[in-house]
Design a binder for this molecule. Structure first.
Ligand SMILES: [Zn+2]
Length: 187
């Protein structure tokens, strides 16, 4: 089921997600719906907050993007990132590695807003999958950017928080419009 996406201006996007204990039927249903919602919106990632749940849960899928490469290191080898997509990340912990570099980024909660955001070029991830099994991987390129973006969402951090002051200033009108729409309940 495709869920409505919460847009900028709604308080839930600023909530840190609660750690998930038991992966029950409700969580499994939420994961399925988040995967449907990410796909329907051609998203690279989606966090639980973006569909109205402050939980440590995000999904990522870079298969739809061909012009920005990703790297995935899984169980000791470099593998085709597509072979492990979509990724379900429950209670993820990440370790960004390397000097942050700027690259273009968007967010489903900020329609039509894109900006350069500095992110570490690679990241190590520890998480639980949808079966509650712990797993880990290393990644780079677009996948590393997506993981860091989604991890931020789970802490209540948004990509506008990582923009330079001048970039954010340049988007002031668009951001105010989004906030006004959220306040009016018309998004
Ligand atoms: Zn986002």
């Amino acid at each position: 089921m495709v869920l409505p996406i919460v847009k900028y201006g709604h308080a839930i996007l600023r909530k840190k997600g609660a750690s998930i204990g038991k992966i029950d039927g409700e969580i499994i249903r939420l994961i399925r719906n988040m995967l449907d919602t990410m796909k329907a919106n051609q998203g690279v990632g989606l966090a639980a907050q973006q569909v109205g749940h402050a939980l440590q849960l995000a999904v990522v899928d870079v298969r739809g993007v061909s012009d920005r490469p990703s790297r995935l290191h899984w169980e000791g080898e470099d593998v085709d990132p597509g072979s492990h997509m979509p990724l379900v990340l429950i209670n993820p912990v990440i370790r960004p590695l390397g000097e942050p570099a700027s690259g273009p980024e968007g967010c489903l909660s900020f329609p039509e807003i894109y900006a350069d955001i500095p992110r570490a070029p690679s990241v190590e991830v520890h998480a639980l999958d949808e079966n509650g099994k712990a797993f880990e991987f290393g990644c780079g390129g677009l996948l590393a950017r997506a993981v860091q973006h989604e991890y931020d969402h789970l802490q209540g951090i948004l990509f506008i928080d990582r923009m330079t002051r001048s970039t954010k200033q340049g988007l002031k009108e668009e951001l105010e419009e989004l906030q006004a729409a959220a306040r009016a309940g018309i998004d």
